[in-house]
Ligand binder design. Structure first.
Ligand code: GLY
Length: 254
């Protein structure tokens, strides 16, 4: 069964970490409503949603993708590059322990789940402000015996690898070439997002559908024209916290 772990929005979301975005006021009640709507979208697309309680002392805790990586065999808890977010990990590890053996990566390596894009047995990992070469090497050590290959990807001007590109199935990567060196992804069709919609590079494949923020209508149209089934969700307030649709859930089969 497709399962999605999510977490309620903290009312402190307005104090979130920002790296490339300018801080804008976030309407917290609207953010909470949009996140609930996102969870309903995941359910409509076939996922069972398990929503964890908010961590009010951690403004970014709704973005459960970063503290963990869930593979078929194991859940890996990441040595987050963002110091202020490291306290998000314990309760997430506890929730994941119901579904997978849990392995903690070790300091001083640094890595966040938003930098890991899985395509089959290949894990593409962005070298970012949050993930370093030691993190990539440590992840490779953790997952090699399960048969995963770890491939580094150079990034520029964006937070995580999945800010630059996402695998949307059917041998296709959706992305914004200006954000990455796409050479390691040459085996895949690369669909460039619509001009003026770089944030659309973060899309989430759920079953047969690609979920995209409604803020990116031109890219949604581009995907439909390329033969993809597309669903959209309004997450404007969460986007202000430098997130995307992959950040707010951990999707895996149980
Ligand atoms: N606001 C998302 C992050 O910086 O991790």
């Amino acid at each position: 069964m497709l399962t999605a772990i999510t977490r309620e929005v903290s009312r402190s979301l307005g104090n979130c970490e920002l790296t490339w975005l300018r801080r804008e006021p976030i309407d917290i009640d609207l953010a909470i409503a949009q996140h609930h709507n996102y969870e309903r979208c995941l359910e409509d697309l076939g996922a069972r949603v398990i929503s964890l309680p908010a961590l009010e002392e951690h403004p970014d805790a709704v973005f459960v993708e970063d503290p963990a990586l869930v593979l078929d065999e194991v859940a890996v808890i990441t040595p987050m590059g963002c110091e202020s977010r490291r306290g998000e990990r314990e309760s997430l590890a506890g929730a994941l322990a119901e579904f997978r053996p849990v392995v903690w990566m070790r300091d001083p390596a640094r890595l966040e789940g938003g930098d890991v894009m899985r395509i089959s047995r290949d894990l593409y990992v962005g070298l970012s402000a949050r993930t370093d070469a030691a993190g990539i090497a440590e992840l490779a050590d953790c997952v090699r015996h399960f048969g995963y290959r770890v491939v580094p990807v150079e990034l520029r001007d964006c937070l995580h690898l999945k800010s630059a590109c996402t695998f949307i199935g059917d041998a296709c990567v959706l992305g914004h070439r200006a954000f990455l060196d796409a050479a390691p992804l040459a085996a895949y069709r690369f669909l460039e997002v619509a001009p003026d919609e770089p944030g659309a590079a973060n899309a989430l494949r759920v079953g047969e559908t690609v979920l995209l923020p409604s803020a990116f209508p031109a890219t949604a149209e581009l995907l439909r024209n390329a033969g993809f089934r597309v669903a959209v969700v309004d997450v404007t307030e969460l986007l202000k916290a430098e997130s995307g649709v992959t950040c707010s859930s951990l999707l895996f089969e149980v």
